[in-house]
Design a protein around this ligand. Structure first.
Ligand SMILES: [Zn+2]
Length: 151
């Protein structure tokens, strides 16, 4: 299940990436571009635009909730989205690319010293080169995703 979201669902798309889903989003007024990408890639179009939804009912899902966590819950419920901890943190939250596992020596110069000294598992985005590690901030994200999975 892959997604393209309109600009009003940018935060929700980011969270879908954190959960491991392929989720593009574009802040564009050219809604036809979103439809074109959805059709081209077989993506589900997530939109808060009722008119856009009605014109594209076969491929679009209308999200009516306000606020990121409610929107995620709505996406999960409408699409029976699986929330699988094995998929968490496998995709770049900035650019949507699948992350690559990295050995510690690969990223020596790329992370702060204290992180390097205290962490062993790293991954990197092949597109934007951002390095990820299982830091303290991940726990809050993991908890929120698990809660979404249970609710
Ligand atoms: Zn990236």
């Amino acid at each position: 299940m892959t997604f393209v979201a309109d600009g009003m669902l940018g935060n929700a798309a980011k969270w879908l990436r954190l959960a491991g889903y392929d989720a593009l989003y574009f802040n564009t007024r050219r809604k036809s571009e979103l439809v074109r990408i959805a059709r081209r890639d077989g993506r589900i179009l997530l939109t808060r635009d009722r008119k856009l939804f009605e014109e594209n009912e076969g491929i679009a899902v209308f999200i009516e909730s306000e606020g990121t966590s409610r929107q995620l819950r709505e996406i999960k419920n409408k699409l029976l989205l699986e929330i699988n901890p094995m998929m968490f943190f496998t995709r770049c939250s900035l650019c949507n690319s699948p992350l690559e596992r990295k050995e510690k020596y690969d990223i020596t110069a790329l992370v702060p010293e204290y992180v390097y000294a205290n962490r062993d598992k790293f991954s990197q985005c092949p597109e934007c080169r951002r390095v990820y590690w299982d830091g303290d901030h991940c726990k809050a994200i993991r908890d929120a995703l698990n809660e979404l999975g249970e609710g």
